[in-house]
Design a protein around this ligand. Sequence first.
Ligand code: IVH
Length: 698
Amino acid sequence: MTRALLDATRRLLRSAGDPVDALADIDTAAPLAGELRDVLNAHAHRYYVLDETLISDGEYDALIGRLRSIEERFPALVSPDSPTHRVGGAPLEAFEKVRHPESLLSLGNAFDADDVRAWYVRCRKGLGLEESDSLAVTCELKIDGLAVALTYREGVMVQAATRGDGQVGENITSNVRTIGAIPLRLSGPRVPEMVEVRGEVYLPLAGFARLNEIQAEKGDKAYANPRNAAAGSLRQLDPRITATRPLSFFSYSIGPAEGNVPETQSETLSWLAELGFPTNEHATRFEDIEEAVKYCLHWTEERDNLPYEIDGVVLKVDEFAAQATLGSVAHAPRWATAFKFPAREATTILRDIIVNVGRTGVIKPEAVLEPVGIGGVTVSQATLHNEDYILSRDIRIGDTVLVKRAGDVIPQVVAPIPGARSGAERMWFMPDTCPVCDTPLERLEGEADYYCVASDCPAQFMRLVEHFVSRNAMDIEGFGTKLSIQLVDTGLVSTLDDIFRLDLPGLLALDGFAERKAINLLAGIESAKNQSLARLLFGLGIRHVGRTVAEIIVAEFESMEAIARAGKEELLAVDGIGEIIAQSVVDWFERDHNLTLVENLRTLGVNTERFANEARAIEENSEVPLAGKTFVVTGTLEGLSRTDAQNRIKSHGGKVTGSVSAKTDYLVVGANPGSKLEKAKTLGITVLDQAAFEELFL
Ligand code: IVH
């Protein structure tokens, strides 16, 4: 198969540059157009569905260019399965309504394991099964996107419609043709005369994030979630816009069909894959309902590790004959149910927006919310990221807002509910000065964040203390945010070395300090003196020196003194250290008060030497942050050569490849990125600008 495809591709490429005028007439052009179409469709299937790239972007473009010029010269050769439709046809005035030949049902819900068991018992009863009879169910992830029905006649997609109200949907054929994962023509030996394939169009999380970035750059409104973004993208009257959205698809069932079709749901999924559709790899058939329950609970925990959003698990009786016996009630089949995950979104009132000062001086807006329960946790604060985030979503104080809690990520305000406005809501802007030290805030060119640049800002210093004692740095137990604030506020700690000057009488004089607590804290501080050099270096809070970078530096230099003495060239010579990090380290050690700090730490007994095993321990460190991730670097990065960037990725366990494919996890882009960026966008791959790239190493 692959061999034949590659041979055909190569042959077509050889003539791809020939003038179309040389084709005598439509009869000579027709077989060529047909072959180009088949070869291009086969490559699209490899690429979008099977995750394999057989030809380069340039080669694909050359072939599609050839087909396009043939179609331009002989418009009669444009067929409904031509891949030239993928870029989007002419805009529509409105969507035509289409009546579904068989209605698209919705699903009953199960909210816990017992609901699932009760559903299963009802099915068994409805089928009159004996205790010893088995009844298999297929479990599938419930993809949070939009249901569509795709009609194929003689293997060619002739219509795509939204679900609508289940009876009548909208004709979105030209939009759906732009979705690379959806075959325009079916393949394999079992293509039926007619079939309606149903499935979910969705936007992968990476594509969603990127789309909102683009929306913000254009000054357009951000989408609240991937589902809305998928819906908004599919309902564009101009298919050329849909074509730019990295939509994807999973097929999950069939509607009306003519010809031979499978007899069970699990076989249907295999058959759909054979016809060329993406099917979800996690679908599983179970004979034992307790195994199905385990599947539901497993995905409740694991949903955040998927690259797309799911909102539950769909359980279906596997045999179609049994499904037919069970039938439907109202709009939902008795033979299926949706196990719904606990909600992670809720609406509440945005009472106020306050700003916090971070360790680096970054100013972060934070939402003060009317407390609301989300998935068993009361949420009263949430992040609002930055001013652009707030303005692009038009979030106002007093608004009813949608708040989301995903996994262990801090809750975030996703969007306002404009319909709930009373008119008393107020817009919010970043204050002009630091809320703590009153220094005017600065926004760096090309950055979304504002900074307090005062080196003596108490809020920044408080954050530095908090960072210095934190788990990944000096790891002092019992020393958290509250104590950091207290010690900085009371003046007991005004430089980091003051931490090692704390004593019992000083602590006992503080509010809330009993003897036991004070003694424990002092013991923790005492043992922190023996922390590794890498932890100390990280704890100092030098910009761009995250834990991993600290370890890389320490592997090369034997003491804090050696690091302080190192010149920029010496640092640059270290694998994984580029211009920006080297400069930041040199700048830090050039300041007198920092040198004094390091010297004071040493005289107070804090370890400033590399442990004998530290260099080796680093190599053995199992916490390789980029392990299993594939990167492509493109464009010109500032102060960091491409080789440096690639080395940095490799030294952190990542893999670097030369071209973007569905297997790429991140595309790092500098100035003038070229076609790789376009390709990454269509594939929904996370795109990192230089700042975001540097952040991976913090
Ligand atoms: S089966 C009668 N399977 O969930 C069967 N639906 O609430 C109905 N969905 O409208 C659909 N993933 O948009 C089915 N693997 C899956 C699904 C799935 C997502 C959506 C679909 C449907 C809704 C039902």
